[in-house]
Ligand binder design. Structure first.
Ligand code: ATP
Ligand code: MG
Length: 406
């Protein structure tokens, strides 16, 4: 066994993490990372001086370590991740590993050393460490410039207790809070572009996200269900989705289309979706619904229509994209990796039995009068019971048992 180890050092923002909150936050992030990084050669993850240190197995290549860091950076709660080594408190060894870490940091023109010690029992102070390790790096890289202001790479050297942590490649994380630190929500997921982005933004704030997808089945094919499953697999990589319920809405939409004034159909479909989502949310102990709506984006997203759908439920409805332009949502979907899946053609249950001119300024009393023609409460119960759960990897979620038919 060599006396140095390859590590990824995970940094998180410390704002709002005072008192006992902090330990809960760190443990949550640690547990999430343990599960999300299952395919990487990890030895263990420890809490060290306000960081998490991911230890990689001996013999792990720097390509694998870098891939592991790339996976870490996308996990909610991670502000920054750095690649490097843990070693003994020995200046020669520290110099050697600083050279190695820098050689693995990719292309760079300039660098500096930022050393610090958490324990003053280490006899060499940070100024002297900067000088000595800087000298070792200058010997190894005579052609590179030392720059104190805005260098391409900063070589971090941290003496903590009996060990030293040295890193060079450092990448920004997506920030936010670890999933599982902000309760649970139920997200309405179409197979479109917006809803996965909305879900992700709430997950990034620490909420455990469950989804519900309404398909047009049996009146349409089940293509959208496969797309939603593909989207959930993308979100699962960072622990952002726990479970998605699929609800076949087609027959109920047909019923609505038979009697209701055509202009109100979409609002009635949507109110039914919200009610079923709320029922499932209550069963799961969720505190809010989440949608991908953006003000004025399409006919059903006017203020009046948003109000008419909100009035269908008691739970708060969060719309993280309400003030976001489509182009920006598309950018986020591309970064997230869901854009291509969302761009595929699938029958959208909202457009099933689509009227020629949907109402854009629905009056709540008209909507309620139209809805009174149907046994809505019974439908909501039936649809919630029909909902098929699909499970994904989300360490913060404790699975609820689902009623199994006798
Ligand atoms: P998206 O890109 O998310 O589909 P959109 O711009 O196409 O959004 P709508 O189709 O009006 O807009 O949907 C608005 C929101 O309603 C969606 O973001 C989603 O939260 C919810 N929603 C729409 N269709 C469905 C569905 N079939 N199943 C579950 N939720 C849906
Ligand atoms: Mg849509």
């Amino acid at each position: 066994m060599s006396d140095f180890q390859r590590i990824c050092l995970v940094h998180y923002h410390e704002i709002g993490l005072k008192g006992h909150n902090r330990a809960t936050f760190e443990m949550r992030l640690l547990k999430n990372l343990e599960v999300i990084l299952a395919e990487y050669p990890l030895v263990t993850i420890h809490r060290i001086a306000g960081r998490l240190c991911v230890f990689l197995k001996e013999g792990t290549s720097y390509e694998v370590a870098n891939a592991c860091a790339d996976a870490i950076k996308d996990v909610p709660g991670v502000a920054r991740v750095s690649c490097g080594y843990k070693c003994r408190r020995d200046m020669q060894e520290m110099g050697r590993l600083a050279v190695l870490a820098l050689s693995e940091a990719g292309d760079f023109g300039s660098f500096k050393v930022a050393a610090r010690r958490n324990h003053t029992d280490f006899p060499i102070d940070s100024m002297q460490m900067n000088r000595e390790i800087g000298a070792a790096l200058c010997d190894a890289y005579p052609e590179k410039a030392v720059r104190m202001k805005d260098p391409d790479v900063t070589v971090g050297v941290e003496v903590v207790q009996n060990a030293v942590y040295i890193y060079a490649r450092s990448i920004r994380g997506i920030g936010g809070l670890p999933v599982g630190s902000s309760g649970k929500v139920m997200c309405l997921m179409s197979s479109g572009i917006d809803s996965p982005v909305a879900l992700w933004r709430i997950a990034r704030r620490g909420a455990v996200c469950l989804g519900v997808h309404f398909s047009g089945r049996p009146q349409t094919l089940d293509t959208s269900e496969f797309l939603v499953d593909d989207i959930a697999h993308v979100l699962e990589k960072t622990g952002c989705v726990a479970r998605v319920y699929v609800v076949p809405l087609g027959d109920y939409q047909r019923e609505i289309s038979v009697v209701a004034p055509p202009a109100l159909r979409i609002i009635l479909y949507r109110r039914l979706m919200f009610k079923v989502a709320e029922r499932l949310a209550r069963r799961e102990g969720c505190g809010a619904l989440v949608t991908g709506e953006s003000l004025g984006q399409v006919a059903s997203q006017t203020l009046e229509n948003l109000r008419a759908t909100d009035a269908a439920v008691e739970m708060p409805v969060f719309r993280p994209l309400i003030g976001t332009d489509k182009v920006d949502i598309i950018d986020m979907a591309q970064t997230l990796g869901t854009f291509e899946i969302s761009s595929m053609e699938a029958p959208d249950c909202c457009t099933l039995f689509m009227p020629r001119s949907p109402e854009t300024h629905a009056k709540l009393e008209d909507v309620l009068a139209a809805e009174a023609l149907y046994p809505i409460d019974q439908w909501v119960e039936e649809l919630a019971d029909m909902a098929e759960p699909h499970d994904y990897v989300c360490p913060a979620y404790k699975r609820k048992k689902v009623k199994v038919e006798e």
